[in-house]
Design a protein around this ligand. Structure first.
Ligand code: AMP
Length: 249
């Protein structure tokens, strides 16, 4: 089974994100960038499927600027076999990414695509679902467990109030939740080996996809600063403040 794993380059989760002075977006210049954490979980799951003999080849795909090669290399060092960079400078909305991935699917014919449930920059939580709709494939979102069963995949997904188990027919789309696995660190020998693995570069136009944004960002603002809290000495004082100062009871 060929597995496609889309990996997005995002601001590292340890970085305190700052809004640009002109309010057009967040600062990304001189900021540490990494693979979206949910995509690391996706790569790890694909590698585990390969180790179990379920997956035969893993292709890591990233859409964005040339620097996305770094995230593809990380995926290759974790165990992916080859990479595809869809090179584009500028905004790529989830629908555009889903269309680009659909075009890659037409070229590569994978049976499984493992995306992150969301990218931690825009928190869109949309690309996997849009891609499933465009392809007409089965989808198991927010997966916390994946097993091969009955010629397809059994996916346990985290939903409000519990766990839901789906039996998916292939080809299928899965989006990863946090508890699916703990991604491995790439070892030095594997980082060295990854340098020799191939990365193909294509442009959206080569794939016949128009990625012109459909949304306009009007303004990005910092959330309002939180007021400092107050410590109270007793329950009586708390009730008094809630009643007479905050006037909420
Ligand atoms: P989103 O819908 O933007 O929250 O992203 C969900 C998932 O779609 C991510 O975790 C990635 O697996 C994939 N994805 C989104 N944008 C890109 C991109 N530019 N390149 C590769 N994968 C992406």
């Amino acid at each position: 089974m060929k597995v496609l794993v889309p990996v997005k380059r995002v601001v590292d989760y340890n970085v305190k994100v700052r809004v640009k002075a002109d309010g057009t977006g967040v600062e990304t210049a001189n900021v540490k960038m990494s693979m979206n954490p949910f995509d690391e979980i996706g790569v790890e799951e694909a590698v585990r499927l390969k180790e179990k003999g379920v997956a035969s080849e893993i292709i890591a795909v990233s859409a964005g600027p040339t620097a996305c090669q770094e995230q593809i290399r990380t995926a290759l060092a974790m165990g992916a076999d080859r990479g595809i960079l869809i090179e584009h400078d500028g905004v790529l909305e989830p629908l555009a990414v889903a269309k680009l991935l659909k075009a890659i699917v037409a070229k590569e014919s994978p049976e499984l695509i493992i995306l992150g449930k969301q990218a931690i920059d825009d928190d869109m939580n949309a690309t996997g679902q849009m891609l499933a709709a465009l392809l007409g494939w089965a989808q198991g979102t927010y997966a916390s467990k994946i097993e091969s069963a009955d010629g397809g995949l059994k996916v346990t997904r985290e939903i409000d109030g519990g766990l839901e188990i789906l039996q998916l027919k292939l080809p299928a789309i899965i989006t990863t939740d946090l508890r699916l696995n703990e991604p491995r660190y790439a070892s030095l020998p594997n980082i060295m080996k990854a340098r020799k693995k191939p990365i193909e570069t294509v442009k959206p136009a080569d794939l016949g996809v128009d990625v012109t944004p459909r949304l306009t960002v009007l303004k990005v603002e910092e959330p309002a600063k939180r007021q400092a809290g107050k410590k109270v000495g007793s329950v009586q004082e708390l009730v008094d403040k809630l009643r007479n100062e905050a006037k909420v009871i």
